[in-house]
Structure formats: structure tokens, C-alpha cells
Design a protein. Structure first.
Length: 235
């Protein structure tokens, strides 16, 4: 729509919108869109906004957009709470399986909108897990990534294995959730105190001592503080 709005040969001058939430559920984004339309002589007409004078229209539109954002934030908070509860119960909270695992889908017995509700958990991939085990054992011995990949006969580029070091707790058999930061603010990951770790939720491909040594190496190589103490604390 933005591309069409800015096109020189545009043949329309009004945008008809069902309700304010259809543009955006963030007030700033909605205001930027409306400002862009105003600059180009395009009127934005909301079906759920009665016709009033400009001042009243501004107040009502702002109130509706504020409630749109409020409901969005509430829905997000409830969704995150549900994901955290899944983790506490030993289930996955979405996302792909780490290398060496696959997702096992388990029906819960509940039905929602005519469809069975399912949850997932990690199980070892019999084909890939032995390679992951060999790689992690080499990394625990201090072997750099590229030589470890070659010695483990792993068909992975070295750049793709950095995440495996950060998933050391997953490879120790624990489910970790809430590691990634919500928004980039100079750091990709949240502080350790904000992570949710549920212990012994799935089978580990390698013994825990090598995982502890992986964390020690990660702390040294990445400059992360507290990595070793965190790994030891949960084992």
C-alpha cells in the first residue's frame, strides 16, 4: 500500500479502513501512515469512526488507536505467559529443533476450533545426534570450530555452529526460553537472570561435563560473564 501511495500515477485519493487496528496496532506506526497520506492528499476513512469535526475526530481516533495498542500488549503478555508455562511443563515454546534433535508432536486430548491441540518436545535425531555428540566433545576439549567440524565429519559451515555453543544448556538436556532480546539494544541476548530454564526435559546427546567446559570456553571467547557459574548451577 505504501508503494502504491507514493506512486506518481496513483488514481485513488481515499483509503477505506474497516477499523483503526487494521492499519497498525502501534499508535506511532498508525500516525506515521496517516501523516504520509495527508502529505499526498489522501484521506483515511475509518468505518468504526463516526464523522465529526476535526478536533473531535482526532480525540476519538487517538482513543481507539490507544486501545488497539493496549489490546495488542495484553495479548502479547498472555501469549508469552502461555509459552513460559509450556516450558515449565517440559514442552517446547515454539521454534525449530536444534541441530541433532527433531520435534515430537504430542496430542494433549484437548480440541480447539475443531482441531486437536498438540504440544511438542525434543527427541534425539538418530542420524544427526552422533555427529553433534562428536562435535561437542571436541569443542569441550578446546578444539576450534572449523577443525572440530572436520574431525567430526560434520557437513556444516563453521559459521552455523556458533549458536550450538550458546545452546549448550539445551544439549545438556534442559529447555531454555527467553534468551533472545526482544529488541536490538546493543545486545542480542537477555541477562542470564531473565532466562527461564527447565531442567531435564529431554535426552542429552552428550554427557554434562563437556557441556560445562563448552560454557567455560564460551565465557572466555565471547567475553560473557557468569557463563560457567550458570552452567554449574543447574547441573
Amino acid at each position: 500500500m505504501l508503494r502504491e501511495l507514493r506512486a506518481p500515477g496513483r488514481l485513488w485519493s481515499t483509503v477505506l479502513v474497516l477499523d483503526t487496528s487494521r492499519i497498525a496496532r502501534r499508535r506511532l506506526i498508525a500516525m506515521m501512515f496517516e501523516s504520509d497520506c495527508t502529505k499526498r492528499g489522501v484521506a483515511v476513512v475509518y468505518n468504526n469512526l463516526p464523522d465529526h469535526d476535526p478536533a473531535t475526530d482526532m480525540v476519538l481516533r487517538s482513543v481507539l488507536q490507544a486501545f488497539d495498542e493496549y489490546h495488542s500488549l495484553i495479548s502479547r503478555a498472555k501469549g508469552l505467559a502461555g509459552m513460559a508455562e509450556n516450558v515449565r511443563q517440559g514442552w517446547r515454546a515454539g521454534g525449530r529443533a536444534p541441530r541433532g534433535y527433531r520435534l515430537e508432536v504430542v496430542p494433549t486430548g484437548a480440541v480447539r476450533e475443531g482441531q486437536p491441540v498438540v504440544k511438542s518436545r525434543l527427541v534425539l535425531d538418530p542420524l544427526v545426534a552422533p555427529i553433534v555428540r562428536a562435535y561437542l566433545l571436541l569443542r569441550a576439549q578446546g578444539v576450534p570450530r572449523s577443525p572440530a567440524i572436520i574431525r567430526a565429519s560434520a557437513p556444516w559451515p563453521a559459521t552455523s555452529t556458533h549458536a550450538m555453543d550458546w545452546q549448550a544448556l539445551t544439549y545438556a538436556g534442559h529447555t531454555v526460553w527467553g534468551v533472545e532480546a526482544d529488541t536490538p539494544a546493543g545486545t542480542k541476548r537477555r541477562p542470564r537472570a531473565q532466562w527461564l530454564i527447565q531442567r531435564n526435559t529431554h535426552e542429552a546427546p552428550t554427557p554434562k561435563p563437556p557441556v560445562r567446559r563448552c560454557w567455560r570456553g564460551l565465557r572466555r571467547w565471547s567475553g560473557m560473564r557468569g557463563g560457567l557459574s550458570m552452567a554449574c548451577a543447574i547441573e
